[in-house]
Each structure stands twice: as C-alpha cells, then as structure tokens.
Design a protein around this ligand. Structure first.
Ligand SMILES: [Fe+2]
Ligand SMILES: [Fe+2]
Length: 211
C-alpha cells in the first residue's frame, strides 16, 4: 500500500498541477499536519476519495472535490489543540470549539481557493444540528449555475467526510462511548441512517467498491 504522501503526489501529477498550486495545497495541508497528524491523514483521504466519488457522479469535476476535500478541515489548524486532539471526555465545550473550524477554514481560503472556501461551508451543514446556521453572503460574483455546483459539491464532501470519519475514527467524537473502529457494515448502516436523502448514491458507491 502506497503511503498517503505518495498517493497525494501521484494525484497532483495526474491533475498536472503546476508548482504554485501544489505549494499552495501543501502549505494549507502543512498547517493541519503541524497541529495534528490524524487530521492531515483524514484530509488527504477525503481529497483522494472525493475525486473517485466526483468521477462517479459525472456532475462535479473530480479536481473540484479533490481540492475541497484536501482543504475542508484547514480551519482545525486554528482551533484549540486540546479540543482537537481530545479522544476521551469530548464535551459540549469542545464541540463548540471545534465547530469554529468551518468559518475559520472559510476565512483562511477565501480569495485564494474561493470555490473550496464556499464548498467547505457546507460540509457540516446537512447533518442533524448542522452548522454554520447562517452561510456568509458571497464576497465574489458566483453564477447561479456555479452556486448549484458548490452546494452539491458540499453535499458530496459531507458524505465523503462522514464516510472517512466513520471508517477511521475510534474516538467518542463520532460515536459516544466508541473505543473501536466500526466495521464496514456498521459504517454503511450509519452513513445511510444519517444521510437518507442520498440513499441511492450511497448504495451505488458501495456497489462500485468506492466505499
Ligand atoms: Fe469538518
Ligand atoms: Fe473532516
């Protein structure tokens, strides 16, 4: 199995990203990695899986979900590291602190990676008690068509994010009291339970072996 670093480099090559783009993505990813290795790994996996999911839908360009997947949790580099790294006794205060990562990420990316900045606003938006409650108004001109893509990209990102978190995290943040990584079937069960509006797509993704 190739390391995540290698897989990331290969994807950069596949998309023929110029040095400036690679440096920019690596810079943001580096902020995350300096804080927390696990969040970096999660971000890279979400970016890589996101390209596969987007490729399957034929609605979103794979590169769009690659970028926004890599960058979606960049705001976590600015939240209280104690809350970020907490594996046990994760309380409402920690949750409140972590929720800040969406707006922080948006602020870090706007004006630089505008599409990803807008997309990440929606990666926790669709879940129960989703956030942020109010989406900041657009600071740049976005066509109605692009806006639809941003919203759908955000919905796909939220599913890939959920899938990766459910498949790899064993801390209580995801399942209260959980000490083990849930098995494949359990992940599928919970992803379907919490994303029932996307049942058809999720089942297809499992069928195709993408999930
Ligand atoms: Fe997040
Ligand atoms: Fe995430």
């Amino acid at each position: 199995m190739e390391t995540l670093e290698t897989q990331l480099e290969e994807k950069f090559d596949e998309f023929a990203l110029i040095k400036k783009q690679r440096d920019s993505l690596n810079l943001y990813l580096g902020l995350v990695r300096n804080r927390d290795e696990e969040t970096w790994e999660h971000s890279v996996r979400v970016g890589l899986k996101g390209t596969e999911v987007a490729g399957y839908t034929h609605i979103i360009e794979p590169k769009a979900l690659f970028y926004s997947g890599l960058l979606h949790d960049v705001g976590k580099s600015l939240v209280d590291p104690k809350s970020l790294k907490k594996k046990k006794d994760f309380g409402p205060k920690d949750m409140e602190e972590l929720r800040k990562h969406v707006m922080l990420g948006y602020k870090l990316l706007r004006g630089i990676h505008d599409f990803s900045a807008r997309v990440l606003l929606f990666h926790h938006y669709f879940q129960e008690n989703g956030y942020p409650r109010a989406i900041p108004s657009k600071e740049i001109d976005i066509s109605k068509g692009t806006n639809v893509l941003i919203l759908y990209c955000g919905r796909l990102l939220s599913i890939v994010d959920f899938y990766d978190a459910a498949s790899n995290r064993k801390n209580e943040k995801f399942v209260p009291g959980a000490t083990e990584i849930p098995d494949h079937e359990k992940v599928k069960e919970s992803i379907l339970k919490f994303n029932s509006d996307q049942k058809y797509l999720i089942e297809q993704l499992y069928e195709k072996g993408i999930f």
